[in-house]
Design a protein around this ligand. Structure first.
Ligand SMILES: *Cc1c(COP(=O)(O)O)cnc(C)c1O
Length: 486
C-alpha cells in the first residue's frame, strides 16, 4: 500500500493544533527581512488534523524493518533488542536537559555516571583508564591509535606501519591511514585466524601496532592472542583491539588480561543503544596504565573532596576529541544496561549470543557453505558461492529474506569470503524466532534450485521492490518535491 503524503491529504483550513492567539504584532516580512528571504508564495505546509499526522507517521515507522519488529541478524552490527528501560532513564530531565556548560557543581550526577561507567568499562575490559569522548567505533579507533602514536612519539620513534588481518573491518585501515601510518594486511590462516608466520616478517622497530578484532569478523576467537601480544611487545609495538564484537566476551574474557593495550567499545552495539538509523553512537577507548597519560582531555575524575570534576590538567593528552563531553545519552543507556544486567547478566549475554549463533550455524551449515569450520562465537559467515550454479547470488538470498519478514544478514563482508552472508542473531532472540529464520533460509535454498527467478524478483512484499542499489546510494531522493520531478 502506498502511503498518501501529508501534502496529498491536505485540506485548506484543517488544523491539528491549538495555539493561543498571538500577543505580539504580526511581522511584516517585506519590512523586516532582506528581499531574498521573503517568500513569494505561502509556506506550503500541509493542513491536516492530529489523527492524520499520527497515522501517517505510525505507518511510515512500520515500513522500515527495525529490531522492535523482527529479527535483525546483521553480522558485526549487534542489532540486539534495546531495553525500553534504558530509554526511560536517558530521558530523565536531569540527564536529557542538562546544559553542556552547566557548572560542575550542578552536574555532579552526570559526572558521577560518566566516572562510574568508565570504571565499569575498565573492569569489563581488564584495562586501567578510559576516555568516553569518541562518538563511534571508527572514532574510537582513531582515538586509540592516536594515543598509541603519542606513546611512540614520547619514546622518540613514531614508527611507520600497523598490521591488520585481511578479515578486518574497513574502518581499521582507514583509521590507520588517518593516524599517519601505513596499513599492512596479512592473510588469515586456513582456520580464519591471524597467521603467526605471516606476522613475523613485520616485527621490527617500524611496527607501531597490530589491530585485531576478537572474535574476528568471521566470528572466530583469536586463540593465539597472548602469543601475538608477546611477539608485538618484544619489539615495543602495541596491541589494539577493535571491540565491536565484545558481545561474545562479556564476563568471560577480559582483553587486558590477554595482552591488549588499547580497546574501543561500541556502546551502541554491545551495551544496547538503537543504532539502525546511523546514530548516535559512542566509542569509549580503554587503555593500560602506560597509555593513560595520552588519553583525550578532559578526563572525569573523582577527587578527595568527594566531588566529580572534568580534569583538563593532562599535559601529555592528545587533546579534545569531540564537541562537549561525547554522546552523553548513549552513556546513560549503557550505564543503565550494565547496572540492570549485573555481572552475571553480562556473562549470560555473551553465553546466549554464542549459543544462538551456534544453533543457527549448526542448523544451516548443510544447506549453505561454511568456509571456515572453526566453532564460531557470536556470529558466523556462510558463503553463497555454490548458488551461482543456479544463477543465484547472495544478494538474492538477502532480498528474499526481506519478503519473509527478516532483515538480511550482512552480505559481501568480510571480503575474504566470496558471496558472504554474515549472520549475528544476538542473545535477545527466542528459539522460536531462530527456528523461523532457519525455516526461511532452508526454503530459500530450495527456491534457488527450483525457482531461481522468484529470487531474482524479490522482494515483492516490501514497500519498495528491488532497487537499483547504486543510484539509491548515489542519488537518494529525500524530498517530496524531488519525487515529483523524477
Ligand atoms: C561496527 C564496526 C566498526 C565501526 O564502528 P562504528 O561504531 O560503526 O563506527 C568497526 N569494526 C567492526 C568489527 C565493527 O563491527
Amino acid at each position: 500500500m502506498n502511503t498518501a503524503l501529508l501534502w496529498e491529504i491536505s485540506k485548506p483550513g484543517r488544523i491539528g493544533i491549538n495555539l493561543p492567539s498571538r500577543d505580539v504584532p504580526e511581522l511584516d516580512e517585506k519590512k523586516h527581512l532582506p528581499d531574498n528571504m521573503v517568500r513569494a508564495a505561502g509556506n506550503g505546509l500541509p493542513e491536516v488534523s492530529e489523527p492524520q499526522v499520527v497515522r501517517h507517521f505510525v505507518e511510515l515507522s512500520s515500513k522500515n524493518h527495525h529490531v522492535d519488529k523482527g529479527l535483525y541478524p546483521l553480522g558485526s552490527c549487534t542489532m540486539k533488542y534495546n531495553p525500553k528501560l534504558s530509554e526511560r532513564v536517558a530521558a530523565f530531565s536531569g540527564f536529557a536537559n542538562l546544559h553542556p556548560f552547566v557548572p560542575e557543581d550542578f552536574a555532579q550526577g552526570a559526572l558521577e555516571l560518566m566516572f562510574r561507567l568508565g570504571e565499569l568499562l575498565c573492569h569489563i575490559g581488564g584495562l586501567d583508564a578510559i576516555t568516553l569522548q569518541p562518538s563511534a567505533g571508527a572514532h574510537g579507533e582513531f582515538a586509540g591509535l592516536s594515543i598509541i602514536r603519542r606513546y611512540h612519539e614520547a619514546r622518540g620513534n613514531p614508527r611507520k606501519k600497523v598490521v591488520i588481518p585481511d578479515s578486518s573491518h574497513g574502518t581499521n585501515p582507514a583509521s590507520i591511514v588517518f593516524s599517519g601510518w601505513q596499513p599492512i594486511e596479512i592473510k588469515s590462516d586456513a582456520a580464519g585466524r591471524i597467521d603467526i608466520d605471516a606476522l613475523k616478517p613485520h616485527l621490527d622497530e617500524d611496527l607501531a601496532a597490530l589491530m585485531v578484532t576478537n572474535p574476528n569478523t568471521l566470528g572466530i576467537f583469536e586463540r593465539d592472542i597472548k602469543k601475538v601480544a608477546e611477539m608485538l611487545h618484544s619489539v615495543g609495538a602495541q596491541l589494539y583491539m577493535d571491540g565491536a564484537n565484545m558481545n561474545a566476551l562479556l564476563g568471560i574474557v577480559r582483553p587486558g588480561d590477554v595482552g591488549i593495550d588499547a580497546l574501543h567499545y561500541n556502546l551502541h552495539k554491545t551495551f544496547s543503544t538503537p543504532h539502525g538509523g546511523g546514530g548516535p553512537g559512542s566509542g569509549p577507548v580503554a587503555v593500560k596504565e602506560h597509555l593513560a597519560p595520552f588519553l583525550p582531555k578532559p578526563t572525569v575524575v573523582h577527587s578527595e573532596d568527594g566531588k566529580y570534576h572534568l580534569n583538563w590538567d593532562v599535559p601529555d593528552s592528545l587533546g579534545k576529541m569531540n564537541a562537549f563531553w561525547g554522546a552523553f545519552g548513549v552513556m546513560v543507556k549503557a550505564f543503565s544496561y550494565i547496572m540492570n544486567a549485573g555481572a552475571e547478566g553480562l556473562r549470560k549475554v555473551a553465553e546466549n549470543a554464542v549459543l544462538n549463533s551456534n544453533y543457527l550455524m549448526a542448523s544451516l551449515k548443510d544447506d549453505y557453505e561454511l568456509p571456515y569450520r572453526s566453532t564460531p562465537m557470536h556470529e558466523f559467515v556462510l558463503s553463497g558461492e555454490f548458488l551461482k550454479k543456479f544463477g543465484v547470488k547472495t544478494l538474492d538470498v538477502a532480498k528474499q529474506l526481506l519478503d519473509f519478514g527478516f532483515h538480511a544478514p550482512t552480505v559481501y563482508f568480510p571480503l575474504i569470503v566470496h558471496e558472504a552472508l554474515m549472520i549475528e542473531p544476538t542473545e535477545t532472540e527466542s528459539i522460536e524466532t531462530l527456528d523461523e529464520f532457519i525455516k526461511a533460509m532452508k526454503e530459500i535454498r530450495k527456491m534457488a534450485e527450483n525457482e531461481p527467478d522468484r529470487l531474482h524478483e524479490a522482494p515483492k512484499n516490501t514497500p519498495v521492490h528491488r532497487l537499483d542499489e547504486v543510484s539509491a546510494n548515489k542519488q537518494p531522493i529525500f524530498k517530496w518535491q524531488d519525487m515529483i520531478e523524477t
